[in-house]
Write a protein that binds this ligand. Structure first.
Ligand code: MTE
Ligand code: MO
Length: 231
């Protein structure tokens, strides 16, 4: 098992630490519950012949442990969370690349969740050393709250790029082959935390003030739905 630690001592611009790690995201998907007993089935498609991957395919890859801070675009950060899983790069190089037509120039990876959520990364960003398909959080299998059975972890990118309940990865040659699920202004093509790429059109520092008041209502909404699900 390989270890990567990416814990920053100073929080990135505009971020504030939270003591807890809330379930967060698009409120329309709050009711979603991942099936508990079914193992993941990941379809890789797009401009390439579709490939289906299951846990038995990934188990042969090197398992990587990653300790990193998690930064939501709405300005909360949860520090020092530990994930384990497989590098997306390994999955791409060892399980996908061999099946590709020669000279194909893939540029974009679109990650889709079982709940209908999706987000994109430039393929170049997705192939970074610290981008994982994670199946554990702090040594335990992922729970529904944090994206069971498998989620994307890209710690250099805002939380909204870290797709939970991963079911599909579409690889495209054209970066425009993608209809964002979020309103377009909210989705930056890269979403890098270090450059405060919170959204398109508006500067990151301005979006801090737009998003920050939404944190508490969204966290409460997810908590309420979870309480209802439990009863
Ligand atoms: N499938 C799915 N993935 C998602 C979301 C979502 O609504 N559905 N929300 C995103 C957002 S905005 C954030 S901040 C993180 C939150 O992850 P957490 O619930 O583990 O804190 O998940 C991201 N991935
Ligand atoms: Mo977020």
């Amino acid at each position: 098992m390989k270890n990567i630690t990416e814990h920053e001592t100073i929080l990135p611009a505009g971020q504030q630490a939270r003591p807890d790690f809330p379930r967060f995201g698009v409120q329309a998907f709050a009711k979603f519950q991942a099936p508990v007993t079914t193992p993941y089935a990941l379809t890789v498609a797009g401009d390439i012949p579709a490939i289906k991957l299951c846990p038995e395919d990934l188990i042969h890859l090197e398992r990587v442990e990653l300790a990193a801070d998690f930064h939501c675009v709405a300005t909360w950060s949860y520090r020092g969370v530990s994930w384990s899983g497989f590098r997306f790069r390994e999955v791409f190089e060892q399980l996908v690349r061999a099946q590709l037509p020669p000279n194909i120039d893939l540029k974009l990876a679109v990650f889709g969740g079982l709940d209908g959520y999706r987000a994109s990364l430039l393929l170049e960003d997705a192939l970074a050393n610290d981008v994982l398909l994670a199946d554990t959080l702090n040594g335990e299998p992922l729970t529904n709250n944090h994206g069971s059975p498998l989620r994307l972890i890209a710690p250099a990118h805002y939380g909204y790029k870290n797709v939970k309940h991963l079911a599909k990865i579409d690889l495209w040659c054209n970066v425009h082959s993608y209809r964002p699920i979020l309103p377009k202004f909210m989705e930056h093509p890269r979403g890098r935390v270090a450059y405060e790429e919170r959204g398109r059109y508006l500067p990151g520092w301005l979006l801090r003030y737009v998003y920050r008041p939404l944190i508490q209502p969204i966290v409460r909404h997810f908590e309420r739905v979870e309480a209802d699900n439990a009863t």
